[in-house]
Structures are given as C-alpha cells and as structure tokens.
Design a protein around this ligand. Structure first.
Ligand code: FAD
Length: 323
C-alpha cells in the first residue's frame, strides 16, 4: 500500500485552473481520512515552472512530468505520462479535476492503471471501513455513496471543495522527470480559443438564466424583459440552450461555462444539474421557477416558485416596479 494521494493538476499555458485547487481541496480531505500524503502532478511541456509555482501556492510536494513533444494537450500522450507518474509515486488514490480535459483522459487512465473510477464526486464521508465518496445520480434527485476497495481514481466535481494552504506541512519539494512519448493514434491539428467570456456576466449583479424549460426560443424575449427590470443585469443560460445556438457559449453558466456570483440569480426552467450548479453556487440569492417540485434546483434556491415560468414571468413583469 502506498501512502500517497496523487492529484493530477490541470493548467492552461502554465496558469493553474481553479478546478485544480478544488481537486487539491478534495485530495486534502481524502489524505487526512486515509493518513496519506498528497503529491501534485503537473504534466506537459515546461511542467517544471508550473509545478514550482503550484508548490509555492499550495505548499504541497509537486512532481513535474516534462513531456517535450506535448506543446498542446494530447489525450494519448497525457494518459501515458500520467500513468508513468502514478507508477513512480505508487499512488493508490488518484484525483483529477472534473473539467472537460479531466473527463477526456481520466477514465482511460483508470483503465490503464487497472483502477475503478468514480466521476462527479461532490463529497467525502468517513466510515469505519474507509472513505465513502458521494455523488448525485438521476439528475441530482438521489445522492449515492460509493466506496473504493482501497484504491481508485476520483473525478472531482468543480465547485464543491476549497483548498486551504497548510503552512505547517512538513514536506514540500519539487521534482522533475522527463517522459518521452510520441502519440501514434492522435495528433493535435490546431487549437482554437472560443469566444472570450462575456464580461457582462461577471459584472452583473442580477442574472436571469434560462433553461430548457423555456421550451421555445421566442421565450428568450420574456427572459430579456425580466432582465430589463433590473439595473446591472444580464441574461444567461444552461448548456442545452447554448448547444442549440439560442444563446452564445459566452452566456453559458456552469462547469464548462462561466462561474458567476451575482446578488440575484433567477433560474427559469433550469433543473439544477450538478454541472450547472457548479457555476452559480456562489450567488447571494437564488430564485428558481420550475414546474417540477422535485427539481434539484430547489435544493439550492432561497425562493422556489413551482409554476409555469411563462405565466409567472409575464405576471412578474406586469407587477414589478423597476429597480
Ligand atoms: P433540463 O434538465 O431539461 O431541465 C429543464 C427544466 O425545466 C426541468 O426541471 C423542467 O421541470 C423545467 N420546466 C419544463 N417546462 C417548464 C415550464 N413551463 N415552467 C417551468 N419549468 C419548466 N449544463 C450547464 O448548464 N452548464 C454547464 O457548464 C454544463 N457542463 C456540462 C459538462 C459535462 C461534462 C456534462 C456531462 C454536462 C454538462 N452540462 C452543463 C449539462 C447538464 O448535465 C444538464 O444536462 C443541463 O444543465 C440541463 O439543462 P436544463 O436544466 O436547462 O435542462
């Protein structure tokens, strides 16, 4: 049995992505429950600089796996490099941030390591026979508790854990290993950046967010009318609306979209999937309008309205004084 929990840390051009620190927060809890140490693993070309920065930021030991040929992320090379790192550390628990990249490589990595894999983990509990991992199933209606038989890979749900640096950490080092790997099956042809994040979302103090429950694109006009009732307001949406082109991707809130923390977040016809909640959980006041009284968004809402959103919002627009 190894005494190391490895956390594979994601970065973009050397910048640590926020979900990495959250995964380290989870790894800290797991390490404390299982009396293990954490080692953060940074993979890529020039990984040493990022690993050094991460070590200063977190105070945790960092292993840099320098993959010279991997200028841009390549799933095949990344999995091979991660497997090499886990082999060197001998870790029996591996944590991965639940980002698009994490979901891309983690299940394949688990298969190569011969480990079970649990995705979307949002909590961890202590039980007599070891840690138990909590994730939601059936679109957030049920919380499942799963255990691993002393080893496994955990994909950590963004927005659920916080990392706090522990200055008393006794061991802190940065080591570098080189890993040569030329991908044979996949090549990155080009990398294109999506539209820049819409600053109106991060600046807005009121966000009116539309979900699939608005049913027709024309109903976005109603959402916009509600937004116009407030100053410093913006319209946002859940992923299906952006996937369908009803709203630009820059307006998507959630795990693979923007993270927002307005004074008021009004979720109109949004079910409250974990991936959506990950982006709006920091909102000060959440109002949810949904026909389904059991929709998980109500667990997050301060005010819940069980009603047809079209009817409610029309009445709201007529009755509301302008702020
Ligand atoms: P639905 O889940 O279909 O919910 C529609 C809701 O509208 C239902 O609750 C229904 O009761 C209600 N409704 C229907 N009619 C009415 C009415 N007339 N009045 C009132 N209520 C009504 N999703 C995101 O939003 N952001 C992300 O960043 C994101 N990232 C993802 C990343 C990954 C890796 C994966 C796998 C998924 C991601 N998703 C994301 C998708 C997410 O899992 C959900 O599928 C999505 O959030 C559901 O959107 P929704 O709530 O609008 O639709």
């Amino acid at each position: 049995m190894s005494d190391i929990v490895a956390c594979i840390c994601e970065h973009e051009d050397g910048k640590i992505v926020p979900a990495t620190l959250e995964a380290l927060g989870f790894a800290t809890e797991l390490a404390s429950l299982t009396s293990r140490k954490i080692v953060s693993v940074v993979i890529g070309e020039g990984a040493l600089d990022t690993a050094t920065y991460l070590n200063q930021l977190s105070g945790l030991p960092s292993l840099a796996v320098n993959v010279a040929a991997m200028r841009a992320y390549n799933s095949e090379a990344y999995k091979a490099a991660a497997r090499h790192a886990i082999g060197l550390l001998g870790s029996d628990y591996v944590c991965v941030p639940g980002t698009t990249q994490g979901f891309d490589f983690a299940p394949g990595l688990a298969a190569r390591l011969g480990m079970p894999c649990i995705s979307n983990v949002e909590g961890i509990l202590e039980r007599n026979n070891g840690p138990v991992f909590v994730r939601s199933v059936f679109n957030g209606k049920i919380l499942a508790e799963l255990s691993l038989d002393g080893q496994g890979l955990v994909i950590v749900q963004p927005g659920r854990f916080r990392f706090e640096k522990n200055n008393s950490s006794c061991e802190s080092w940065v080591k570098q290993v080189s890993f040569d790997y030329e991908p044979v099956r996949t090549r990155v042809l080009s990398t294109e950046f999506s539209e820049a994040a819409d600053s109106s979302l991060s600046d807005a103090s009121v966000i009116i967010a539309a979900g699939r429950g608005i049913r027709r694109k024309e109903n976005l006009e109603l959402i916009k009318r509600v937004a116009q009732l407030f100053s410093r307001s913006a319209v946002a949406g859940s992923r299906p609306l952006c996937d369908d082109g009803w709203l630009p991707f820059s307006r998507q809130v959630g795990q693979t979209g923007a993270t927002v923390a307005p004074e008021l977040y009004m979720a109109c016809g949004i079910s409250g999937a974990q991936q959506h909640l990950a982006g709006m959980r920091g909102s000060k006041l959440v109002v949810a309008i949904n026909l389904d009284a059991h929709a998980p968004i109500f667990l997050e809402a301060d005010i819940g309205i069980i009603e047809d959103l079209e009817e409610f919002l029309k009445n709201f627009c007529e009755a509301a004084p302008r702020s």
